[in-house]
Design a protein around this ligand. Structure first.
Ligand SMILES: NC(=O)C1=CN([C@@H]2O[C@H](COP(=O)(O)OP(=O)(O)OC[C@H]3O[C@@H](n4cnc5c(N)ncnc54)[C@H](OP(=O)(O)O)[C@@H]3O)[C@@H](O)[C@H]2O)C=CC1
Ligand SMILES: N[C@@H](CC=O)C(=O)O
Length: 221
């Protein structure tokens, strides 16, 4: 049976979520062509419904009740771009157990609970994709798991944190101060809302944990 529509429930409408909504709308024709039917955003979960959003979104689509997505029988795919680890893990396990495919950009979650989530996804016959969690612009994860699966990888190197790369580049090239460039990195959306993990190296470590799991089957936490 061919689906008539793929309905998305979006968890989070911040830097990444706003981009997801814009891309789904802007690329509607390409998506319809690739998927074979329209892809529509059916619900968007946020913390604060009153907050102004940089993307136009119908008020009726926005909710602060996550159950509106997790238990909505009509939602096929949950896209998680809200961040967080323990509670978000529970939410995604619920989504998978309710038969929903999951896409997440959450490297913190995938580094810590990726193995468990992938196991549950497989048991439920659901997809769990997380390409955006590490160097989504390249992209690298699918290349490792599919394209290079028969190759023997000997080394994994890369600049995986954009914020610190940007900060160090600007400090070196322009002599800007750390505080000044960090602020710009936040304004540009490279740095997370709380940039601690970016600047203290945890973001890079977690991304490497995800890469090493795929490249060498190493389970680092
Ligand atoms: N920023 C980036 O460049 C990248 C980020 N990521 C990852 O993507 C995820 C999202 O990042 P980003 O978009 O920057 O984050 P933001 O802080 O910009 O946005 C988070 C969104 O999630 C909502 N939200 C957060 N907690 C809850 C909750 N408990 N219940 C309901 N809604 C909630 C917020 O609602 P409200 O708006 O009402 O506050 C907001 O809309 C993170 O896991 C991050 O690590 C991955 C790749 C790149
Ligand atoms: N804050 C992250 C954004 C993408 O993961 C970074 O700076 O790399």
């Amino acid at each position: 049976m061919t689906a008539k529509e793929v309905r998305v429930g979006l968890l989070g409408l911040g830097t990444v979520g706003t981009g997801v909504v814009s891309i789904i709308r802007r690329h509607q024709d390409e998506l319809r062509h690739q998927v074979g039917c329209p892809v529509t955003v059916k619900k968007v979960v946020v913390r604060d419904k009153a907050k102004p959003r940089p993307v136009e979104i119908e008020e009726s689509l926005v909710t602060d009740q996550i159950e509106d997505v997790l238990f909505d029988q009509d939602i096929d795919i949950v896209i998680e771009v809200m961040g967080g680890v323990e509670t978000t893990r529970d939410h995604l396990l619920t989504a998978l157990r309710n038969g929903k495919h999951v896409v997440t950009a959450n490297k913190d979650l995938m580094a810590l609970y990726g193995a468990e989530l992938l196991q549950v996804a497989s048991e439920q016959n659901c997809d769990l994709f997380y390409e955006a969690s590490v160097a989504g612009g390249i992209p690298i994860l699918r290349s490792l798991s599919d394209g290079l699966s028969a190759d023997r990888i000997t080394k994994m190197m890369g600049i995986v944190n954009g914020t610190t790369n940007y900060i160090l580049t600007k400090m070196t090239q322009n002599g800007s101060s750390y505080e000044e460039v960090l602020k710009v990195a936040q304004e540009l959306g490279f740095a997370e809302s709380d940039p601690t993990a970016d600047v203290e190296g945890l973001d890079a470590a977690r991304k490497m944990a995800i890469l090493l799991r795929l490249a060498f089957r190493w389970m680092l936490v």
